[in-house]
Design a binder for this molecule. Structure first.
Ligand SMILES: [Zn+2]
Ligand SMILES: [Zn+2]
Length: 226
């Protein structure tokens, strides 16, 4: 089920190995933030139908990073329709050249076919979806191509696997992870005035998300001693 967060922003909190999935209703643009593993696409379809949207109506998918629990769903969605895929350059350049290692699919014992990332993103880019503008914050640490997506007018950030609720934060022990970079990325988030954090896993932070980011930053700094 998608929960309504603001007028045009929804979040589907996952109860499986899937990542959480965001949905932005921007009129002409119908945007998913991350796509889950792709193992539960029928359920995703039902949940989107609850919002009056069909899978083939999705125009864009923005990936917070390329781990398989976030990108696997791109494959079935590309079969249903023709969404434009967006991801940070660090992941996009590799995937576009046929190197699927940023997905970690082999680490998790599966294979993911190559797909094309047309929207190659860099820090501070603003994706214009008409009704909503999405600013890209490059936040490496959990992975090299991790980004957070800032909806400045809504005071809302999709934090991917960088920041979680309850002072928590993403792991750095997977290939491409880096503790120093994660701490710096959490610091960057803690310096932004925002109210709502929609993470890639577990529950969102509704209200005073900046102070939650600050405590994730403090916890990570102590934990990694960097
Ligand atoms: Zn994840
Ligand atoms: Zn991840």
């Amino acid at each position: 089920m998608f929960d309504s967060i603001t007028k045009s922003v929804y979040l589907r909190v996952s109860s499986s190995f899937d990542s959480n999935i965001g949905y932005l209703d921007c009129g002409e643009h119908k945007v998913l933030i991350d796509s889950g593993t792709g193992m539960f696409t029928e359920k995703l379809e039902q949940d989107l139908q609850g919002l009056g949207v069909s899978l083939d109506a999705i125009t864009d998918i923005v990936l917070t990073h390329s781990h398989i629990d976030h990108v696997g769903g791109v494959i079935p969605l590309l079969k249903e329709g023709n969404p434009k895929i967006h991801a940070h350059k660090a992941d996009a350049d590799m995937i576009n050249s046929g190197n699927m290692s940023p997905t970690l699919s082999e680490t998790f014992g599966s294979r993911i076919p190559q797909f094309e990332i047309e929207g190659v993103l860099e820090d501070a880019d603003v994706i214009d979806f008409g009704d909503l503008k999405v600013k890209v914050l490059h936040t490496p640490g959990h992975s090299a191509g991790s980004i957070c997506l800032h909806l400045e007018e809504q005071g809302l950030i999709f934090t991917g696997d960088t920041m979680f609720s309850g002072s928590s934060f993403g792991r750095v022990d997977l290939p491409g992870g880096n503790a120093r970079e994660l701490v710096d990325s959490l610091k960057k988030l803690s310096e932004i005035d925002f109210q709502i954090a929609l993470p890639g896993h577990m529950s969102p932070v509704i209200g005073n998300a900046r102070s939650s980011a600050k405590s994730s930053y403090e916890q990570a700094k102590n934990w990694f001693r960097v």
